[in-house]
Design a protein around this ligand. Structure first.
Ligand code: XMP
Length: 519
């Protein structure tokens, strides 16, 4: 199925931080859309991609500034439904003969309440009981609407919060319906695409086909290497790329000795049993653990691990002929803060990513087929690709692995104890049916021994902390409210089953002020 068979919606990006959320709302409605920076959008371009409707995104500029972004004027004569959001609304008004003001009293940031004044098709199912909460984030506001437009909603600081020219199917809102803080905003997109006549036939299956075509075009006959961590993101990326280019892909799975119990076997086994992907299993335990010996500072530990990853990757990449591309499972939340206004979305990899420094140092180009997706969409794509559910639902695991769950000095003794305790804890969580409710759960072994009594004897063993958090994206998190029964049972099991631990604590710190990991 090619994208040509789908109706497409064009999003003109004026540089808003949340433009991708518009795309996400549309994907949820099974509508195919493309985001293009405004600089690229000429009249010819629009005719060429032949959209069925257009959305103008928000953006940080002011239409009152000379030289600020515009759309080609004849877009308004193409007989297409158009929806303008925030800056998009202001551009629309400005170019169609209305007025936009900046200055005192025009700004509005945060939660606001809009009162709808008239019935409007794109508001169906919304504003039925009076005021509705929306999210505003604007410095300027429209002070005079363009000819043909009417007002359908107002807020205290936005007299033209909702406007429309229903003859021409032009709609413009001052707020951001795509963000969660506009709780019913998705309705507006739903009504808009319905009005524009989209059939809603765009699925994850279609996304998969589109990405495969794009990967083939980008990579050509060159080779790609992919760092596999065993997490869902890199696994989905690898499988998708393998579908696209087969043996031109080689995956490298680095065992740094800081993996969880049976992790190496599980990851390598899953790939070898289910996929015919060329896979290098790099056993580098001695190297990593040797270099980490005696190191207790968290940053030093992270830096050593980061550098060794690069060394090991480089070593293996050198053995792969014609490797010109590096595949990464970068997700949209990883790039959301790196949207460059002038050039459209740009590539910046978070430095904490375990292979983040690689492409620059190794002169590799990137292949990132998941960079438009959110975690739950990656899981949906994984399902589409037939990845086992046990793999798709795995909790995130950090690149530096158990090193950052073993505060202070790392020893093989501590790592072995930690692996056992973690396995018991995760087993408990699974047995109680809680695994999927939790974003991430793990044990940290504490750098302290405490006194206990078991049977008739004294013990002097390590203490550990259980961690479990709920989160949407890992940026903020709440500790999971286990029952006392669960905690008691788990502590008993760990102390009975894991030699080396005689005290169990539960970490009830949220993020912020804590972080999810202990280092
Ligand atoms: P923190 O501890 O910063 O973690 O609250 C937030 C999320 O990021 C993961 N994490 C990492 N992932 N490399 C990674 O790939 C890293 O260096 C790293 N540090 C933290 C952490 O597990 C959590 O999901």
């Amino acid at each position: 199925m090619s994208t040509d068979t789908h109706d497409r919606l064009l999003i003109i990006d004026f540089g808003s931080q949340v433009t991708q959320l518009i795309a996400r709302r549309l994907r949820e409605l099974n509508v195919y859309c493309e985001i293009h920076p405004y600089q690229k959008v000429t009249s010819e371009f629009v005719r060429e991609i032949a959209p069925k409707a257009i959305i103008f995104s928000g953006g940080p500029d002011s239409v009152t500034r000379e030289g600020s972004p515009r759309v080609p004027q004849d877009i308004f004569d193409m007989d297409l439904p158009i929806l303008g959001i925030c800056y998009g609304q202001q551009v629309m008004m400005h170019q169609l003969g209305g007025k936009v003001e900046c200055g005192h009293g025009t700004a509005e940031f945060g939660r606001a309440f809009v009162q709808a004044s008239n019935k409007l098709e794109i508001l169906n199912g919304w504003f039925e009981d009076g005021d509705e909460q929306v999210w505003m984030s604007h410095g300027d506001h429209v002070s005079e609407i363009a000819p043909g437009f009417e007002v359908y909603g107002t807020s205290p600081n936005a007299p033209y919060a909702i406007t429309a020219d229903i003859e021409r199917n032009f709609f413009a809102v001052q707020f951001h319906p795509e963000v969660h803080h506009t709780p019913s905003g998705a309705k507006l997109y739903e009504n808009f695409v319905k009005l524009a006549g989209f059939s809603g036939d765009w699925t994850m299956g279609a996304y998969r086909e589109q990405m495969i075509a794009e990967i083939r075009e980008r990579v050509g006959d060159k080779n790609v290497i992919c760092g596999l961590s065993g997490g869902v993101d890199s696994s989905v990326a690898a499988i998708l790329i393998h579908e696209a280019i087969g043996d031109q892909l080689t995956c490298v799975f680095v065992d740094h000795g800081l993996l969880r119990k049976n992790e190496s076997e599980e990851v390598v086994g899953m790939f070898r049993d289910n996929y015919n992907i060329q896979l290098i299993h790099a056993d580098e335990r001695e190297l990593f653990l040797g270099e980490l010996e005696g190191q207790s500072d968290p940053e030093t530990k992270r830096k050593i691990i980061g550098k060794l990853f690069i060394d090991v990757f480089q070593k293996h990449a050198d053995t792969i002929d014609g490797a010109e591309f590096l595949a990464q499972g970068t997700l949209y939340p990883d790039v959301i803060e790196s949207v460059s206004f002038s050039g459209g979305p740009s590539v910046t990899i978070k430095s904490h990513h375990n292979v983040g420094g690689l492409p620059e140092k190794m002169g590799l180009k990137l292949v990132e087929p998941l960079r438009e997706l959110f975690k739950d969409e990656v899981r949906a794509l994984g399902r589409e690709l037939g990845l086992p559910q046990s793999f798709i639902g795995r909790h995130p695991f950090p690149g530096p692995g158990l090193a950052i769950r073993c505060p202070g000095e790392i020893t093989t003794e501590k790592l072995d104890i930690l692996r056992e305790a973690d396995a018991v804890y995760i087993d408990q969580i699974r047995k109680h049916g809680l695994y999927d409710e939790i974003w991430q759960a793990f044990v940290a072994i504490l750098p302290v021994r405490t006194v206990g009594v078991m049977g008739d004897g004294r013990t002097y063993d390590f203490a550990c902390a259980l961690r479990a958090v709920t989160s949407v994206d890992g940026m903020t998190a709440d500790y999971y409210p286990f029952t006392h029964e669960f905690l008691g049972e788990t502590a008993t099991r760990i102390i009975n089953e894991v030699k080396g631990i005689n005290r169990v604590t539960y970490d009830i710190t949220s993020k912020p002020p804590g972080t999810i990991e202990w280092e």
